[in-house]
Design a protein around this ligand. Structure first.
Ligand code: 13P
Ligand code: ZN
Ligand code: NA
Length: 274
């Protein structure tokens, strides 16, 4: 099934998919082994930075082969694309889904580029996500947060035909200083006005109960990145100070298994909330 169809199905049944970023073979295999064990589908996300790190073809072919090897239903998604050109390259190599992120531009600039991407993606049968309002990026002040306006969201969806919409309701990328409070009434209102699958960015650090409530109110895709990097690097550091092993094939599996445990727990939350 295409991701576009899957998300629209989930949108009517109050279901949700976990979307995890991956950075290398180890983070990819940690995610996929958790998904295989829980018999869950997942979205595998690449940012421009991760594409530059691994190489576009390497990243995509590795993800495609790995999902088959693990027997997991998964889709490859471009996370936070800042340009139309990057979207074109990714659709050309077979991405199932793309996010065009003009959330820091004006409403009209955002709507215009999103409309173009939706038209292009049509030819590939790909899913398109855009962001309206502003979810703070890593290292940026959370003060910059601009919440999504429901009326604007409705207009944006009508003008662009976008398939999924990332909403700003109080989450932020990275960890939080204090427990995040999501504006769930605002979420309910955005869902009522748009009736499309909504996406929650900044998944790291949000308590399980809040994630589950957000799924009930229309979130169909939850993005998780920082906790994956954190789990991997912390475990690796811990193992490296404890022993002198130079065979990386004996050391990395500890970090892979901490990703597996993390993602397994998140999948449990998402599946329970669905
Ligand atoms: P976190 O880094 O807070 O998990 O956010 C992930 C995200 O939104 C990726 O697009
Ligand atoms: Zn994001
Ligand atoms: Na976060």
């Amino acid at each position: 099934m295409t991701l576009k169809d899957k998300l629209s199905q989930l949108s009517t049944s109050n279901g949700c998919l976990l979307a995890t970023n991956f950075y290398n073979f180890e983070t990819l295999s940690g995610v996929l082994s958790a998904a295989a064990e829980r018999d869950s589908s997942v979205i595998l996300q690449l940012t421009q930075g991760s594409i530059e790190y691994m190489g576009l073809h390497t990243a995509v072919s590795m993800a495609r082969s790995a999902m088959q090897e693990y027997g997991v239903e998964a889709w490859i998604h471009l996370d936070h694309a800042g340009s139309y050109e990057l979207v074109v390259s990714c659709l050309d190599v077979g991405f199932d889904s793309v996010m065009i992120d003009y959330s820091e531009r004006t409403f009209q600039e955002n709507a215009t580029v999103t409309r173009r991407v939706v038209e292009l993606a049509e030819k590939y049968g790909a899913n398109v996500e855009a962001e309206l309002g502003y979810v703070a990026k890593l290292g940026q002040s959370k003060e910059k947060l601009g919440f999504t306006d429901p009326q604007e969201a409705q207009q944006f969806v009508n003008e662009t035909g976008v398939h999924a919409l990332a909403v700003a309701i109080g989450s932020a990328h990275g960890f939080y200083k204090a427990e995040p409070k999501l504006d769930l009434d605002l979420l309910r209102e955005i869902k009522r006005m748009t009736q499309i699958p909504l996406v929650l960015h900044g998944g790291s650090g949000i308590p399980a109960a809040t994630l589950m409530e957000s799924i009930k109110l229309g979130i169909c895709k939850i993005n998780l990145a920082t906790e994956i990097k954190d789990a991997f690097m912390r475990k690796l550091q811990e193992v490296l100070v404890e022993n002198e092993e130079i065979d990386l094939r004996k050391t990395f599996p500890y970090a892979v298994s901490s990703i597996k445990d993390l993602v397994s727990a998140k999948l449990n939350v998402v599946n329970t909330g669905s």
